[in-house]
Unconditional design. Structure first.
Length: 481
């Protein structure tokens, strides 16, 4: 019996013992007993704050694929939910196993990647277990042959790290990308690592002084806060330098200070106070609280010039925003567990926060597959790696759409009944064509009429699979009536 220093529930300990027995006699490339891996994956999802069923499924995630244990056995021993999750992870592994040529599976071609995502669309926890599984495999990558190291590292860098980013799991994205990059391009990784370390050492004295000055002012103004530094990750720096023609002079956030406060009001008060101490750089204030990033990330970023002419970036956020920036969808799942799980098994799509709407598209595709319906993956615009835009209703509600979306996509996202009765659209107060590509920040007003019905010609004025599907349903319904 494997015992942890932490006292687990009887069900969790039973799962640990079950997995230990199932994997008995199996070893990893490092020579360690195989059970070390599922135990590590369980610990990772536990650290992310996931629920008991997810932790149990994590420790059992390889038993169906690698041992004689069946999904039915898991269901009998641990219940339907755990069996459902283990089955999902197994299907994901099986879907990937045939993709020996990585180039046919990476985001450039999309189709195979979409198949993977649809395969796990029934329950987002399957994705979270898979990411934990990949993280531990990366942490132990040195035990594998060099050719396999490169393949797994490249896959992680181009698929799994961007997926973690789409789920706003910042801490995971950074660790995953940096480990993978160190195997994909070790020479460049080491060069940038040295550069970052040198910069951090030279900036240490300045940062210490700035922390003292800001802390004194915030304390005097009776704002509760925490302040600390963060250094840019190696892979993030690599990507940013590529954008700026390798010009280090254009990188202002190599080191940054994070200020964590109690509420949103204090975020803006803290920014004002920081600006009273130092000179804010023009065009370098980004309010991701008012307009969050596409993955739900919220924070105020402001870059300032200190009295010593040093450039420092501040990131100001609440505790909840910080938790979400670090743990992303795992944190959101923890806070919205019932909302996210109640309809997974039925395939019914529920309302989710704006930054999680991509999950509903995943669920919709998965539900179609379960019903035996064909899903045209080429037309499915579920692209986790594409840029997203936020557009607004006249009342100020934020609607999340893929870059390239058109007014009818917006209308169908609001409601299928609205989409089916569109007669025109105003963008930023001006009458516009239905072929007008929407831009980030646009205010969109849909004009409708009860006498208007859906038209076949609208397919050429639609970008998203969601709107296309709703239009098709309406046209079929009209034919039947």
């Amino acid at each position: 019996m494997v015992k942890d220093s932490k006292a687990y529930s009887a069900k969790r300990q039973k799962a640990i013992d079950f997995a230990t027995k199932a994997h008995e006699g199996q070893f990893r490339n490092s020579g360690d007993p195989y059970i070390v891996h599922p135990l590590a994956v369980m610990k990772i999802v536990e650290d992310w704050g996931m629920d008991e069923d997810t932790c149990i499924a994590a420790v059992l995630h390889d038993v169906v694929e690698d041992t004689p244990v069946t999904v039915a056995d898991i269901k009998n021993e641990f219940g339907e939910q755990v069996a459902f999750l283990v089955d999902g992870v197994t299907k994901l592994s099986n879907a990937r196993s045939g993709m020996r040529d990585l180039d046919t599976y990476l985001p450039e071609t999309k189709d195979n990647l979409l198949r993977l995502l649809v395969a796990v669309g029934s329950d987002v926890r399957v994705l979270i277990i898979k990411l934990a599984d990949r993280l531990h495999n990366l942490r132990t990558l040195s035990a594998l042959p060099q050719e396999k190291q490169k393949k797994i590292a490249k896959e992680s860098l181009e698929v799994f790290a961007p997926l973690a980013d789409r789920m706003n799991m910042g801490r995971l994205r950074v660790e995953m990308a940096d480990i993978a990059f160190s195997y994909v391009d070790p020479k460049r990784y080491n060069e940038l690592r040295v550069l970052i370390d040198k910069h951090a050492q030279s900036a240490e004295k300045t940062l210490k002084k700035v922390i003292e000055e800001v802390s004194e002012l915030l304390t005097r103004e009776k704002i509760k806060f925490e302040i600390g530094g963060r250094v840019k990750s190696v892979y993030s720096l690599h990507k940013k330098l590529a954008k700026h023609n390798q010009n280090m002079g254009e990188i202002y956030d190599l080191t940054a200070l994070r200020v964590i406060v109690d509420d949103i009001t204090d975020c803006y008060l803290a920014m004002g106070l920081i600006h009273s101490l130092y000179t804010p750089m023009s065009g370098r204030i980004k309010d991701y609280i008012a307009v969050p990033k596409q993955n739900g990330y919220q924070s105020i970023h402001t870059t300032v010039i200190t009295k010593d002419k040093q450039v420092i970036e501040f990131q100001i956020r609440t505790r909840e925003m910080h938790e979400y920036a670090e743990r992303g969808l795992a944190a959101s799942f923890y806070y919205n567990e019932q909302k996210l799980t109640e309809n997974y098994r039925t395939g019914k799509i529920q309302h989710l926060p704006t930054n999680l709407l991509w999950i509903t598209e995943l669920q919709a595709a998965a539900a179609q597959l379960r019903e035996g319906k064909k899903v045209d993956l080429k037309k499915l615009k579920l692209n986790l790696f594409a840029d997203k835009i936020f557009v607004y209703t006249p009342k100020g509600d934020i609607i999340d759409l893929p870059d390239g979306a058109l007014p009818l996509d917006f209308a169908y996202r609001l409601h299928s009944e609205i989409g089916g009765h569109v007669v025109g659209v105003k963008i930023n107060g001006k009458m516009s064509n239905l072929n007008t590509r929407l831009k980030h920040g646009d205010i969109v007003e849909v004009l409708t009429s009860k006498n208007q019905t859906a038209k076949e010609g609208w397919f050429s004025k639609i970008f998203t699979s969601h709107a296309r599907q709703k239009l098709k349903q309406q046209l079929n319904k009209d034919k039947e009536s």
